[in-house]
Design a protein around this ligand. Structure first.
Ligand code: ZN
Length: 254
């Protein structure tokens, strides 16, 4: 059987993330986007791209200190995420406040995402890859899947009929980070340090020792991704066009 993938890519090109003008980053928890895509976010913001963060949950169980569980840790996490977003140049941070690791409906989350997509009108969505092998955190799987389905359905007026769709508005691509199947490498030499400055803001989660481990691990990965490129540090994404998200047998190898 002849391998036709290169011809398929010519017919249905992978959208160019670096051409994005307005990006909505949909994350399960505060810090996910900073860790998975922080250097790219900083690069886009420096170029004048409008970037929004939207968190499904507010990390209400994200502490080992019993006294902080609930509202106290949520307040801390929101402040930390705001500081990190400010480091990178993010325009706004939006919170949906679904219960962290809780029993919420992916259907409700998807409809909330459709509402925000129609309101913000981004040309690119960024989110966690729900098809990451061995991903055990349901918030990650649910958020990635809800974001993917929202990208598939936002243009149908029967979905969330109370919110109008602006004529001509179109999402060009969805970029998954924390992915095992990257197809796009972004040169992040100029913003590599900013990524860790942002991650550092999440003090309640990441102590000095963990930050040092992150720096070493992500340094190795970024150099690996940039191998054979003209830059040193690469951040990677699986970028797909909305039409690749349904009944498209080649999506995994695009
Ligand atoms: Zn997370």
């Amino acid at each position: 059987m002849r391998n036709s993938i290169e011809e398929i890519k010519k017919l249905l090109p992978i959208p160019n993330l670096e051409k994005a003008r307005k990006v909505l980053c949909i994350q399960p928890h505060p810090d996910d986007t900073d860790i998975g895509a922080g250097a790219t976010i900083a690069k886009l913001c420096k170029k004048g791209v409008e970037v929004y963060y939207l968190s499904s949950t507010s990390d209400s169980i994200g502490t080992s200190d019993k006294a902080l569980v609930g509202e106290k840790i949520t307040k801390i996490r929101k402040e930390e995420q705001q500081r990190a977003a400010d480091v990178l140049g993010v325009k706004e941070v939006i919170w949906l406040d679904y219960p962290d690791a809780g029993n919420y409906s992916m259907y409700d989350l998807r409809n909330d995402l459709v509402k925000w997509i129609r309101k913000i009108k981004p040309d690119f969505i960024m989110t966690v890859d729900p098809w990451l092998p061995y991903e055990a955190h349901r918030d990650h799987v649910k958020t990635g899947l809800a974001a993917s389905e929202a990208v598939l359905l936002y243009g149908f007026p029967g979905v969330v009929p109370e919110i109008e769709i602006e004529e001509g508005f179109e999402i060009k691509g969805i970029a998954f980070f924390h992915t095992a199947y990257p197809n796009t490498v972004i040169d992040v030499d100029d913003t590599w340090k900013l990524k860790f400055e942002a991650i550092k803001q999440h003090e309640s989660q990441i102590d000095e020792k963990t930050l040092d481990l992150f720096k070493r691990y992500f340094d190795l990965k970024a150099r690996e991704y940039a191998k054979d490129k003209l830059f040193t540090y690469g951040e990677v994404f699986k970028v797909l066009s909305p039409v690749f998200l349904h009944c498209f047998v080649d999506a995994w190898r695009m």
